[in-house]
Design a binder for this molecule. Structure first.
Ligand SMILES: [Mn+2]
Length: 372
């Protein structure tokens, strides 16, 4: 009599983007962020050494490009090779597709325990584990037609895992569209997905569990909070995965209403806000100053930021509204203020517009050289 297969241990990661550029942070910090990426990846390898998963499922965009820097390439190869008890299953994504000449197609480069899905859906069978591992990979940067399709349906008593990079959507996508309906019809036990950088919980469609673990190290201020991988057991109708954080730093996007505050009050309000973070010196902060500022006040984001040399990175952005008594008047000054505020509203990132408004106001107020 057939017995149900025993649950198996897996680690699921995605969207490392190793080799990504952090040039907006400056040369020194870019180098340090590269080291962070290596350390976050090495954390995952440490977790694998300790937990000894049967499969490490890598759901795409492992590298930021199909031609990654040699340092990341050899780190990946040597690390994977060291996991002697683990099968590393890689599904290339839209950033690191298995194109001709890509690292994924390099002859004899990857160790024996690494399997790379290079295109359409495939199935690998592990009879001893009563497990099938399905996977597909991007062969180009775009993939309009679903790689999952309907061919995956399988009714046997094996555990069915699937690793894939794709876009969870109800409509079309150029990044391998995957709908809940397709997941539900796939009859997989677990789908290890990548592409969406914000972590999901363990979700379920029909009898299929699925998740996006998100990027294990944040890549920008739209990738906040703790980040990591999923670790645990999956089986027939069983999915018991835990989130393990591996990120080295956190991106923190904060907003501060500075209406009525002096510069020193702004500085201490920012200090209070960031002191809520456990490793506050390690993080990257983007502080947006909002609220109303009187036309006579000069707000200097650079000078405010200079009070925080103890943190890894801080950027202070002026998003305040300049309030001028002239706005309600019928005068040249009033027209100038209104026109400038319209332009600032359209391009809030353009610091020169704010400066132009302030300089214009002081010029109009000063009436320099005009005799009464
Ligand atoms: Mn990605």
């Amino acid at each position: 009599m057939d017995t149900a297969p025993a649950p198996i241990k897996i680690v699921h990661c995605a969207d490392f983007h190793l080799g990504a550029s952090f040039s907006s942070l400056g040369v020194l910090r870019q180098q340090l962020r590269n080291e962070d990426m290596q350390r976050a990846f090495s954390r995952v390898i440490q977790i694998c050494r300790k937990e000894k998963p049967v499969f490490l499922l890598v759901a795409g965009d492992f590298f930021d490009s199909p031609f990654p820097p040699e340092s990341f390439l050899s780190l990946a190869r040597d690390s994977f090779e060291s996991l002697i008890e683990t099968n590393v299953m890689i599904s290339p994504g839209n950033h690191d597709p298995a194109t001709v000449g890509s690292c994924w197609l390099a002859d004899g480069y990857w160790p024996e325990n690494v399997y790379i899905f290079k295109g359409q859906l495939e199935k690998l069978t592990y009879p001893g584990l009563k497990t099938h591992v399905w996977g597909a990979g991007f062969a180009e940067s775009y993939q309009d037609s679903p790689l999952l399709g309907t061919s995956a349906s399988n009714e046997d008593d094996f555990i069915n895992l699937c690793v894939m990079h794709g876009d969870l959507t109800t409509g079309a996508s150029t990044y391998n569209p995957i709908s809940e309906d397709m997941i539900s019809k796939s009859n997989m036990d677990y789908m290890a997905l990548g592409h969406i950088h914000r972590r999901t919980k363990i979700l379920r469609a029909g009898r299929t569990f699925y998740s996006y673990p998100g990027s294990p190290e944040g890549l920008g201020f739209d990738e906040q909070s703790q980040r990591g991988v999923y670790v645990g057991e999956v089986g027939k109708g069983i999915c018991n995965l835990q989130f393990y954080p591996v990120n080295q730093r956190e991106y923190c996007l904060l907003e501060l209403d500075v209406t009525g505050l002096s510069q020193s009050e702004i500085v201490s309000a920012i200090r209070t806000k960031i002191s809520g973070y456990a490793r506050l010196e390690e993080n990257l902060y983007s502080i947006e100053l909002v609220g109303d500022i009187d036309e006579d006040r000069i707000l200097s984001p650079e000078s405010i930021a200079s009070f925080f040399t103890d943190v890894f990175y801080i950027k202070v952005k002026d998003r305040t509204r300049i309030v001028s008594k002239a706005s309600s008047e019928q005068s040249l000054k009033a027209v100038f203020v209104r026109k400038m505020q319209e332009r600032i509203a359209k391009s809030p990132d353009d610091e020169t517009l704010r400066l132009a408004l302030k300089l214009g106001l002081s010029a109009l107020k000063g009436k320099a050289g005009i005799k009464a």
